[in-house]
Design a protein. Structure first.
Length: 131
C-alpha cells in the first residue's frame, strides 16, 4: 500500500491494512499522523517504510491510541559515533524531520501493545511532534 501524506494531516489505518508494507512519501512539508487500530487484536502487523526522503519540516508519527502502546528497541544509524539503540515505551512512535528513504518501523500486536520488531532511521525516532 502506498501513501503520499501530501503534507499535514492524518491517515487512519485499519485491521485490513495489517500485513501490508505501507510505503509513505513524506516529501511534502507538514507533519502527518498514521493512526493504528488499538493493539487489542493479537497479530496485527504493520511495516512502515519511507519511500522518499522526508521534507526537512516533516515528521511522520504512528499513534497506537493506547498509553505505552508501542514498546521495544529503536536503532539510529549514522556514519559517526552517534549511532545508538534506545528503549521505547510510548503511545506514539515516528520518524523525525528529514528522515531518509528506507527508514523503517515494523510493529506487531501482542493483544496488549505493539512490539517493535525493527525501527531503523538515520535520525532520532520521535514520540510526539516537535515544535
Amino acid at each position: 500500500k502506498s501513501l503520499t501524506t501530501g503534507g499535514a494531516g492524518t491517515t487512519v489505518l485499519s485491521a485490513e491494512d495489517s500485513g501490508k508494507v505501507i510505503f509513505v512519501d513524506g516529501s511534502a512539508e507538514g507533519n502527518h499522523t498514521l493512526t493504528l487500530p488499538a493493539p487489542t487484536t493479537v497479530g496485527l502487523e504493520y511495516i512502515i517504510v519511507l519511500n522518499a526522503d522526508s521534507h526537512a519540516n516533516t515528521e511522520i508519527l504512528l499513534d497506537s491510541q493506547v498509553s505505552a502502546g508501542i514498546k521495544g528497541m529503536l536503532k539510529k544509524l549514522a556514519a559517526s559515533a552517534i549511532a545508538n539503540a534506545v528503549a521505547h515505551s510510548n503511545q506514539k512512535l515516528g520518524f523525525g524531520d528529514a528522515s531518509k528513504i528506507g527508514s523503517t518501523i515494523h510493529i506487531v500486536s501482542s493483544g496488549n501493545f505493539y512490539h517493535v520488531v525493527e525501527a531503523v532511521s538515520d535520525v532520532v525516532h520521535i514520540s510526539g511532534f516537535t515544535a
